[in-house]
Design a protein around this ligand. Structure first.
Ligand SMILES: CC(C)(COP(=O)(O)OP(=O)(O)OC[C@H]1O[C@@H](n2cnc3c(N)ncnc32)[C@H](O)[C@@H]1OP(=O)(O)O)[C@@H](O)C(=O)NCCC(=O)NCCS
Length: 129
């Protein structure tokens, strides 16, 4: 695992499949970004207690390629709360057979906004105590 450990809470786990590869046979970066967006939306929806929208993806880094068959695990951490928005750090780690080696493949900072039924921003509710 190197000198680092996953940071944040486990939000989503999936397996990288052959349908998600790019022309080089590695996993397509867009698929990974979509998984990170889904993962980040889980704590965002819980904190907002309702609908949210992705408003920004910042500092997206791809450290290593993902291979078909890798176990993909995504960790999230709400690191900032504004009036209507939340800043969420997202890290993706993979577990690779046969040695069950674990390493970080991506990280990014997502910004979500709480929205109402019409898609307009709304203030975050009080945090649950
Ligand atoms: C989300 C949305 C309703 C926000 O409405 P808006 O009028 O743009 O709202 P604002 O500019 O006042 O921004 C709202 C909050 O988001 C933050 N924000 C907006 N754009 C941001 C950006 N690019 N980076 C970081 N934060 C941003 C603002 O600072 C503000 O935070 P705060 O209320 O906590 O202080 C609107 O931008 C929208 O519908 N965007 C499209 C969302 C979407 O479809 N996402 C999926 C993409 S496929």
């Amino acid at each position: 695992m190197g000198d680092q450990a996953p940071s944040g809470k486990l939000a989503l786990q999936t397996i990288a499949m052959p349908a998600d590869t790019n022309a080089s046979g590695d996993i397509f970066g867009g698929w990974l970004m979509a998984q990170m967006d889904i993962a980040a939306s889980i704590p965002a929806r819980a904190r907002a207690r309702g609908r949210v929208a992705t408003v920004a993806v910042e500092a997206m880094s791809f450290h290593q390629p993902v291979h078909v068959g890798d176990l993909v695990t995504i960790y999230t951490d709400i690191v900032r709360e504004g009036r209507t928005s939340m800043g969420i750090d997202v890290e993706t780690w993979v577990t690779r057979s046969p040695d069950q080696e674990i390493f970080r493949v991506t990280q990014a900072h997502f910004v979500f906004v709480a929205t109402d039924g019409a898609g307009n921003k709304r203030a975050l509710p009080e945090a649950a105590s």
